[in-house]
Design a protein around this ligand. Structure first.
Ligand SMILES: [Fe+2]
Ligand SMILES: [Fe+2]
Length: 269
């Protein structure tokens, strides 16, 4: 029987975005079918690659070299969607990496349920945004993309506390802050298909941040650590730069992130 870490490694080792996300969805369905039938898919100990396989395109550039475009133009809107597609593809890999990277840390099965579900949702998000790009005559790979997106994973490759603090509780929470304005950009441009896709993403991302907060608190509780100072120390260690207000306080609260977790880490708005 294929183990869960083997499934994760298979997704991480697939380069093409549509192929990667199809495999991600297939493995998630296998996992949840087994769970529903009361069968156990063993975790196993397959080792994920340090970096996931990536398609030849997009070209990956230093964030400072990625050209900026005005959001009011068609090219600007395509650039925003291209950046979102890139984030979603990275998110697929980030969640499967989280599933497979820490097999020595013992978790109840609900931990894997949450991250396999999150990975499956990111796979859907990637495809939704690729469809939007294609409806605008573009595609994922047509523009350059940020090279630095896997850095958080590499920095926290041996620190499960740091991984949860930085990936879902900082990076994905940031998505909650910026998505409402993005939805407005596409509403103004009367691109209803994009608005719908972004609303699906916005709704499901709250859950990913919540999983992060839930399992971070779980680990802290098990080790008798105070979560708030832990979180602050880990973000300062692994996240480069201050958090950027304004924050989406309502959605962050819904996701189990209280203001005293993030406000002390905020820089200038
Ligand atoms: Fe997503
Ligand atoms: Fe997410």
């Amino acid at each position: 029987m294929t183990t869960l870490t083997e499934m994760a490694v298979e997704v991480l080792s697939t380069a093409d975005g549509r192929a990667k996300t199809a495999l991600s969805h297939k493995h998630a369905a296998t996992w949840f079918a087994a769970r529903a039938a009361g069968e156990e898919i063993p975790l196993g100990d397959a080792r994920p690659p340090l970096r996931p396989a990536r398609p030849e395109r997009p070209e990956l550039l230093d964030p400072r070299e990625v050209p900026r475009r005005r959001p009011g133009s068609e090219q600007g809107r395509i650039a925003i969607l291209h950046a979102v597609a890139h984030i979603e593809l990275n998110a697929v890999d980030l969640h499967w990496d989280l599933v497979a990277r820490f097999p020595h840390v013992s978790f109840p099965p609900g931990f894997y349920d949450d991250w396999v579900k999150a990975a499956d949702e990111e796979s859907k998000h990637f495809n939704l945004i690729c469809d939007c790009l294609e409806s605008l005559g573009s595609h994922y790979g047509a523009l350059p993309a940020h090279a630095g997106m896997w850095r958080a994973a590499e920095d926290t490759v041996d620190d499960i506390f740091g991984r949860l603090a930085v990936v879902p509780m900082v990076l994905e929470a940031r998505g909650l802050d910026v998505t409402p304005n993005m939805i407005e950009v596409f509403r103004k441009a009367k691109l209803e298909n994009v608005v719908e896709a972004l609303e699906v993403i916005y709704g499901e991302e709250v859950g990913h941040v919540a999983y992060g907060s839930k399992w971070f608190h779980f680990l802290c509780g098990r080790d008798n650590l105070d979560p708030k100072p832990q979180f602050h120390a880990l973000v300062q260690r692994y996240f480069h730069g201050a958090l950027k207000p304004p924050f989406n306080e309502e959605k962050r609260a819904e996701a189990g992130l209280p203001p005293d977790f993030y406000w002390p880490l905020a820089g200038e708005s």
